[in-house]
Design a protein around this ligand. Structure first.
Ligand code: PLP
Length: 387
């Protein structure tokens, strides 16, 4: 543990406190160390708990004052997009959602029909694969590989998509930007290459940017909509950045006018309305949460390096690259000889990490470790993985 100031207690987590948490990460299996689902172990930003407490103390859980108009969270999203990313949008072009995956499914529903191709980067955040499968769309995989030449340690061979799409056209490119589970950050030249490809093959870009704020400097997140406003649907949430996933709030910007009109033509209650607690939490986080975010990023920056060091020390042979974004470490465990799903053995040894094969074919023999915890607990997690 370092002597650096720790005003939010990121380094003072106790296992007792974590094990008493009711959420899915720790609540299912309290005997092991949990480093799986993408929730952080830290308490949420005080500005969020204060805002929620204010709502509770008001004693008014009736319809919010914003009624059927958009919530103040959407205004905060629009203001933050301009201030942080130079991306100027209006609330009229947005929809509020319960979650990011819902937005992906709404865009797919209105832009594609069963059998249409959807390009998905591999390894893939598992709900992308489930969504494509369950909606009867055709998966067009684009494989990533580790590359010493890329700043993030990862590359996607965009040129290889050209001949594939020339033979079997697709309708959508579903981008995870930045990329879960590798942490790859798409820089401007790569974003421009993706947009050129999308234009050439007339692809709608659905960009899940939920991890955007978790980009480590000097890498910089740029919304892909900056380069292709008319063909991009962007979905964002405060939930990964500020650890609020259970509150269910997300915002979707729909660039293409025709698609926006189709989505807006749907009966107004079909996709639900945001819950005022989720909206209030997102508003508070996006408006006043940046000091907490700066602190958490400084902590995660140290943790990402520590995580790789610990893997090298305790799991020699396993391959892990310091991620450029997020608090997730994608580990190639094939050299350890632990089978297709090493997480099973890690669980037996007392640490729960994510099942690699759920991330698609490239996930076989891999696992994903969540390092958003204290350095002491991270140490114990990797030691347990080593058995
Ligand atoms: C890339 C990505 N998209 C979406 C989500 C989930 O967002 P939601 O719960 O809002 O659907 C996650 C959660 O880990 C994620 O990593």
């Amino acid at each position: 543990m370092s002597d650096a100031p720790d005003p939010y207690g990121f380094e003072s987590l106790s296992l007792e406190w974590l094990r008493a948490k009711p959420g899915t990460k720790w609540g299912q299996n309290r005997d092991v160390l949990n480093a799986w689902v993408a929730d952080m172990d830290f308490p949420p930003p005080p500005v969020v708990t204060d805002a929620l407490r204010g709502l509770l103390d008001s004693g008014d859980f009736g319809y919010p004052v914003w009624g059927l108009e958009h919530s103040p969270a959407l205004d905060a999203f629009v203001a933050r997009s301009a201030a942080r990313y130079g991306w100027h949008i209006t609330p009229d072009d947005c929809r509020e959602l319960n979650d990011v995956t819902q937005g992906i499914q709404i865009a797919l529903e209105h832009h594609t029909v069963p059998g249409d191709g959807v390009v998905v980067l591999q390894p893939s955040y598992p709900p992308f694969l489930r969504t494509v499968r369950e909606m009867g769309r055709r998966l067009v995989p684009l494989n990533g590989e580790r590359s010493a030449e890329s700043a993030s340690g990862w590359m996607f061979d965009w040129d290889s998509l050209d001949p594939v799409l020339a033979i079997a056209p697709a309708k959508v490119l579903l981008l995870c930007h930045p990329h879960n589970p590798t942490g790859h950050v798409f820089d401007e030249p790569e974003l421009r290459r993706i947009v050129a490809l999308a234009e050439q093959h007339d692809l709608l870009i659905i960009s899940d940017e939920i991890h955007a704020d978790l980009t480590f400097a000097p890498n910089r997140h740029m919304p892909i909509a900056l380069f292709a406003p008319e063909r991009t649907v962007t979905i964002q949430a405060a939930s990964k950045t500020f650890n609020l996933a259970g509150l269910r709030y997300a915002a979707m910007h729909i660039g293409p006018e025709a698609l926006r009109e189709r989505v807006n033509a749907v009966a107004d209650h079909l996709y639900g309305e945001p819950n005022m607690f989720g909206a209030e939490a997102a508003r508070a986080a996006w408006t006043d949460g940046d000091p907490w975010l700066d602190a958490v990023m400084a902590h995660l920056d140290a943790q990402r390096h520590l995580a790789v060091e610990l893997v090298c020390e305790h799991l020699p042979g396993a391959v892990a690259t310091v991620p450029s974004s997020t608090y997730l470490l994608w580990i190639d465990c094939r050299p350890l000889g632990l089978g297709d799903d090493p997480s099973e053995e890690f669980l037996r040894r007392g640490a729960r990490v994510n099942e690699g094969p759920e991330f698609g074919e490239l996930g076989v023999g891999h696992t994903r470790l969540n390092f958003a915890t204290s350095s002491a607990i991270l140490r114990q997690i990797v030691q347990r993985m080593a058995g």
